[in-house]
Design a protein around this ligand. Sequence first.
Ligand SMILES: Nc1ncnc2c1ncn2[C@@H]1O[C@H](COP(=O)(O)OP(=O)(O)O)[C@@H](O)[C@H]1O
Ligand SMILES: [Mg+2]
Length: 222
Amino acid sequence: MHIEAKELGKTYGEGEAAVCAVKPCTFALESGEQWAVTGPSGSGKSTLLHLLGGLDRPTRGQVLCDGRDIFSQNDSRLADFRLRHVGFVFQSYHLLPELTAYENILLPCLLKGEKADKHHLDHICDRLNLLDRLQHLPSQLSGGQQQRVAIARALANRPQILLCDEPTGNLDSQNSENVVALLKDMAAELRLTLVVVTHDRDIASQYARVLTARDGVVGGDV
Ligand SMILES: Nc1ncnc2c1ncn2[C@@H]1O[C@H](COP(=O)(O)OP(=O)(O)O)[C@@H](O)[C@H]1O
Ligand SMILES: [Mg+2]
């Protein structure tokens, strides 16, 4: 999916207490491109990612997905847009502890209210090397395994956009490399537009396209 930010900005709070987390920025991510967003802590990376995926509303500007202004929709339609078109992966996995790995992966399909595509789920679980871990609870899995379950869940509904916020932030270097490689391969295979937020320069340098955030100023591809 083609994603375009137009004069997109977000300020938290008002008056004296206002924090401009993302200053108005304009850029385009072509369908199927893989981008890193990098910059120091507090520079606005997470805020930008949330805006691109419709998790949070901007205070100015627009996000156009395949030409459609996602924030012109009401909250319930925006939630439906996210469920169908956007996958999110977070640093701390956000798995439901009382559900098995497979039940966690199935959850977006259940929320969508349509029959799960079992063939697709089996394929992504195989690609993510999870087939022998599906009946385990998250507490019975390593960090790397939990993040792979979270990636499978993000891919379950066949999104066209995959947004990841510090996906390797809690992982050791070997699991980090593994997750970075899997995200790259899965995004290429499923032709997703991939955006990976990372403060790790080594990881960012592996992406052909990089957005840099600094004090809320988002700069392009340098
Ligand atoms: N919900 C919020 N309310 C108020 N300020 C926030 C909120 N979320 C983030 N901020 C502020 O916005 C700025 C950018 O934060 P964030 O996008 O989380 O940066 P990063 O992900 O690069 O660490 C920071 O100054 C942060 O304190
Ligand atoms: Mg952040």
